[in-house]
Design a protein around this ligand. Structure first.
Ligand code: ADP
Length: 554
């Protein structure tokens, strides 16, 4: 029979049906090359679609517009993820990650078509990010915060680089907060961040910024200091502190005011160097102690800054090591950076002269920075300040609610003998660090330096036949600046302005930092007077309970 139907097998029948379906689709231009020749080019790729067309035993192809997007092989999605995969990743995401996908599939092919599990976070798969029309990655700053968050989690963007990547410090803070909240699984809303100029923090004051911690600021005084009235800003969360200091200021001012002088100034840095033996080490010390050599080193040091001026070098030998303590004037800056820069230049110079010298560290702890030590107490560091006042007997009675003799006796028993019995270094006072730290916080100082800046001996004497009280505080190592570090932040700068010492002194470099050190010493004296008065009169617990405990918290 001429027209008898051929005896088709199931497989051949299938192909005929398939081609019949394809022809109209090809004419309608809704199929990709990949669909037409799936078994040649894409034999080992698996993909789901709305139109599942079985070509080989375990292969499927995609159709229509979707297929056009998938001209490149796609990653294998493990079985357990296939449910999530039904929410298709955005085409943008696929495009952006096409190079990664290529690698995955190349690996799969290399492995003889064995499917390798390529773990992908469902979050990542389901989250879209943007790309431009040329399929190139677009700058991070043009992505949404959520897209950047994904990249942070994947490690494609580093959290600490957000400010430089985005060129927007506030947005960097916002995104870092999102990341932290996700990592902690808790909110950090109470830490504020809005309305703050984080550009002023960047590269100077803090890294990995997520906001700021507000600290209440109060003012004590004004106190009459060297003939002028000075108001003292104090940032603290300790109830009673500002009130107590204010009472001391009142007593001092009503008695005629405080006098204060700077006895020495100079920031210090003490590198440690080592020689081959003790002879070489002692020859080095003799060389430094020679005045001509010292002058040569001073010229090198002073050339490194407009403000840093070397004033002394003191060497201490320990075995074959030498600790070279440089001391220098640093104008209105606290001066740690300045002195370190100058010391580095001198060490470079010394290395040329002493080829046997090895630098172990630019800081050998005889500086001494931010640690208790007797060298700051005896030699001074930063500003060394002495402050005095005569408090009349009637003001001791009326304002301080005690009497002169009680104060003098308590000072001996507590601040002198008590501290001596405790083996204290620089702690011959009642609470100097309270006042120092509160002013440091308010004015943007390096708060860790409250360790040595709080060194203080408080002395009290009865005078004028026991009628009046003579008080002094001696503070050899107040380390402060009015330029650099946190002093340029808006709130801290405004607090410096309250004292009248904002920024660089126009009259004489260093005059503003001098005045700040004097203000701190006079405020410490006020604080000493008031606390000692409260202790001698037995008022301390009563006032602390009144101010430190909220009424609801009895
Ligand atoms: P520090 O040395 O205290 O760590 P910086 O490194 O920020 O502080 O140095 C202070 C900066 O301020 C220096 O660049 C210095 O040149 C500049 N500066 C401007 N005016 C003064 C001033 N009156 N006294 C000291 N430094 C000043």
């Amino acid at each position: 029979m001429l027209f008898a139907p051929p005896n088709l097998e199931t497989k051949e029948l299938f192909w005929i049906i398939y081609i019949l379906i394809l022809i109209p689709k090809v004419f309608a231009k809704v199929m990709s090359v990949r669909e037409l020749f799936p078994f040649f080019k894409w034999g080992f790729n698996i993909r789901r679609s709305n139109f599942l067309v079985p070509i080989l035993s375990n292969n499927v192809i995609v159709t229509g517009e979707e297929a056009v997007q998938y001209e490149k092989p796609l990653p294998y999605i493990p079985q357990h993820n296939q449910q999530q995969q039904k929410q298709q990743p955005s085409q943008e995401y696929i495009q952006q990650n096409s190079s990664e996908n290529n690698n995955i599939n190349e690996n799969n092919n290399i492995n003889n078509g064995k499917e390798q599990e390529q773990p992908q976070s469902p979050d990542v798969v389901n989250q879209p990010t943007k790309t431009n029309n040329n399929n190139k990655k677009i700058p991070i700053k043009e992505l949404s915060n959520e897209e950047i968050l994904i990249k942070l989690e994947k490690g494609e963007v580093l959290a600490y680089k957000l400010e430089s990547e985005l060129g927007d410090c506030s947005r960097a803070v916002e995104i870092r907060r999102m990341l932290l909240e996700k990592q902690l699984s808790k909110k950090i809303e109470p830490i504020p961040y809005e309305g703050y100029d984080f550009a002023k923090v960047q590269g100077q004051c803090c890294e990995n910024v997520i906001g700021y911690v507000p600290i209440p600021v109060g003012t004590a005084g004004p106190i009459q200091l060297n003939g002028s009235l000075v108001t003292i800003p104090m940032a603290t969360t300790e109830g009673c502190l500002v009130a107590s200091t204010h009472r001391g200021c009142k007593a001092i001012t009503e008695s005629g005011g405080a006098k204060c002088t700077i006895t020495s100034r100079g920031m210090t840095r003490a590198p440690v160097v080592r020689f081959s033996d003790i002879v070489k080490a002692s020859e080095f010390v003799s060389w430094i102690n020679d005045n001509d050599n010292y002058q040569a080193l001073k010229a090198v040091f002073d050339s490194t800054s407009r403000f840093a001026r070397l004033s002394a070098i003191k060497c201490t030998i320990a075995g074959r090591s030498v600790y070279i303590r440089f001391k220098c004037d640093t104008g209105d800056a606290m001066g740690m950076n300045m002195v370190s820069k100058g010391v580095e230049a001198v060490l470079d110079h010394l290395k040329i002269i002493f080829d046997d010298m090895t630098l172990l560290s630019i800081s050998g702890n005889m500086c001494t920075d931010k640690k208790p030590s007797s060298i700051n107490w005896t030699e001074g560091r930063g500003r060394s300040v002495v402050c005095e006042a005569m408090i009349t007997g009637d003001i001791v009675q009326r304002v301080l609610k005690t009497n002169v003799q009680a104060l003098v006796d308590l000072n001996i028993a507590k601040n002198l003998i008590g501290s001596a019995m405790a083996g204290s270094i620089g702690g011959f006072n009642a609470h100097a660090s309270n006042i120092v730290t509160a002013i440091f916080l308010a004015t943007g100082q390096d708060c860790a330096q409250n360790v040595e800046s709080s060194n203080c001996i408080t002395q009290m004497e009865a005078c004028n036949d026991g009628q009046d009280l003579y008080i002094t505080v001696t503070m050899p190592s107040i380390e402060v600046g009015t330029v650099g570090g946190g002093t340029s932040l808006p709130a801290q700068s405004a607090c410096l302005d309250i004292i009248g010492v904002k920024g660089s002194s126009s009259s004489k470099p260093g005059a503003n930092a001098d005045q700040l050190a004097k203000t701190i010493a006079s405020a410490v004296m006020a604080g000493e007077l008031s606390l000692m008065a409260a202790l001698s009169a037995g008022h301390l617990m009563k006032s602390h309970l009144q101010y430190n405990r909220a009424k609801t918290n009895n």
